[in-house]
Write a protein that binds this ligand. Structure first.
Ligand SMILES: [Zn+2]
Length: 462
């Protein structure tokens, strides 16, 4: 994890937020490469779950919504964590985290019943208060007055935006069940104990969709089969698109009692992070809970009429949710490799750090490297770089030895390096080096775009 953190900062994937002012606890800024990586992950997610399907429609709802939305969804009453406060240092802690930490201690007896008040403060060993609920939504005010009538919240989830637009979208798209509404967007939760780099932050991005179904159709698939279909799609996402080691995933079927009361099935997809097995994302069958609540609170009829049977009912929902920042963290962890590589001196090897991103996720696709800074080489190399920029993110680098420049590109996961040397001026060819095999090939400059297009093709799996 330390290696990833250091590489992320050193190479500009992720910086501590507000760094020149000493930072802001648990806020992070994505630098040039992190931004590109995140854009690429979102683009592939979009392509896999929306573009390549005929049963999904996109949307983008507002971050600040009518407060009634959060009353109806239950967030104002229930979106809280039980917290305890230290009577001495006044730090606040989540009860579940304290109990979890306690049960992980050596010599802990499972039969022992721990009262949270008996756990010492992790900060100063002082005494803790009894648990109190603390709402996790960020509160703000609309307009110039700061009173109860102008209170608003930053959204804690994207789902509500899709439920409150269900009727509008149904009307304009004339969709028939089953179909889904998808969106990617920022969310805000005033977490008390964020941490583990970008794993848990107060501001984060979610990609999710609400897939509306008839739970028990006269013919066709019921909710159980729809749920399995989505589990299978999620498996393919991780295996074929993110290309991770599937042994690093844990499929956690939530038993009765651990699920939300309205959910008939929930699976948490967990990942073996260096700091423990933690939730990466989830999929839940939410029945008609959300539409029912919004229908009751808004007074709008949100029912769907089946055009064949004329049956009128509230659709049920299967909701897969993905944390974009957590996926980015996983892509960094999975891509990170340290290998022995030849130095160029006969028989000698050296360690190289190489980020083996799938090509379509790599922030920079091609680096153009003139062998020397001499004008005749650099002008040809610039010309090639400018042509490649029309299609891909390109880096141009002419400083230091070619070996060092290759290592720099390996470290940020650039799939191809194009080297322009003095022979290039004569034979009109360049050397293309492959990141993973380090194999080199001479390619005609006129064939370069086709060669790279073929080797950098984006995923078309579905
Ligand atoms: Zn304390």
């Amino acid at each position: 994890m330390d290696d990833i953190l250091s590489l992320a900062k050193r190479r500009g994937f992720v910086f501590p937020g507000s760094d020149i002012y000493g930072g802001l606890a648990n806020s992070w800024d994505y630098g040039p490469l992190g931004h590109l990586l995140k854009q690429n992950i979102k683009a592939e997610w979009w392509k896999f779950f929306v573009q390549q399907r005929d049963d999904m429609v996109p949307m983008d709802s507002a971050i600040i919504m009518n407060t009634k939305v959060w009353e109806a969804s239950g967030h104002i009453q229930n979106f809280s964590d039980p917290l305890v406060e230290c009577k001495s240092c006044h730090h606040r802690f989540r009860v579940d985290h304290l109990l979890e930490a306690r049960s992980a201690e050596p010599g802990y007896d499972k039969e022992e019943v721990v009262r949270i008040e008996d756990v010492p403060c992790p900060n100063c060993s002082g005494q803790l208060s009894s648990p109190k609920n603390f709402n996790l939504m960020f509160k703000t005010f609309i307009g110039s007055t700061e009173d109860d009538s102008s209170v608003a919240y930053l959204r804690p989830e994207t789902a509500a935006g899709m439920f409150v637009n269900f009727k509008n979208i149904l009307q304009v798209t004339r969709r028939r069940l089953p179909f889904g509404i998808a969106q990617i967007g920022k969310n805000f939760r005033n977490e008390i104990t964020p941490g583990n780099f970008i794993f848990r932050t107060r501001e984060f991005e979610i990609g999710e969709f609400e897939y509306f179904i008839n739970p028990n159709p006269a013919d066709g698939a019921g909710w159980e089969a729809m749920f399995e279909m989505w589990l299978d799609q999620i498996r393919r996402w991780w295996k074929d698109i993110m290309q991770i080691d599937m042994d690093n995933l844990v499929w956690h079927e939530l038993p009765d009692g651990e699920r939300a009361h309205y959910s008939k099935r929930t699976v948490d997809i967990e990942y073996k992070f260096p700091f423990g097995v933690k939730e990466l994302h989830g999929i839940a069958y939410r029945t008609d809970f959300d539409l029912l609540r919004h229908q009751a609170a808004s007074g709008e009829d949100l029912q769907y009429t089946d055009p064949v049977t004329n049956e009128k009912f509230l659709p049920h929902v299967i909701e897969p949710t993905f944390g974009i920042d957590r996926m980015l963290l996983v892509s960094l962890l999975e891509a990170y490799h340290v290998e022995d590589a030849p130095t160029g001196e006969a028989g000698e090897t050296d360690k190289r750090v190489v980020m083996k991103f799938p090509h379509y996720l790599a922030p920079i696709k091609v680096a153009v490297l003139p062998l020397s800074k001499k004008t005749e080489l650099s002008s040809l190399a610039q010309e090639i770089a400018n042509r490649l920029r029309k299609d891909w993110m390109v880096e141009y680098d002419e400083t230091q030895s070619i070996g060092k420049r290759y290592r720099r590109q390996d470290e940020i996961g650039t799939p191809y390096c194009v080297t322009v040397d003095f022979d290039s001026l004569v034979d009109k060819k360049v050397t293309v080096r492959d990141r993973d095999t380090m194999a080199q090939e001479r390619i005609l400059i006129t064939d370069l775009v086709d060669y790279l297009a073929k080797h950098l093709c984006s995923n078309t799996i579905n």
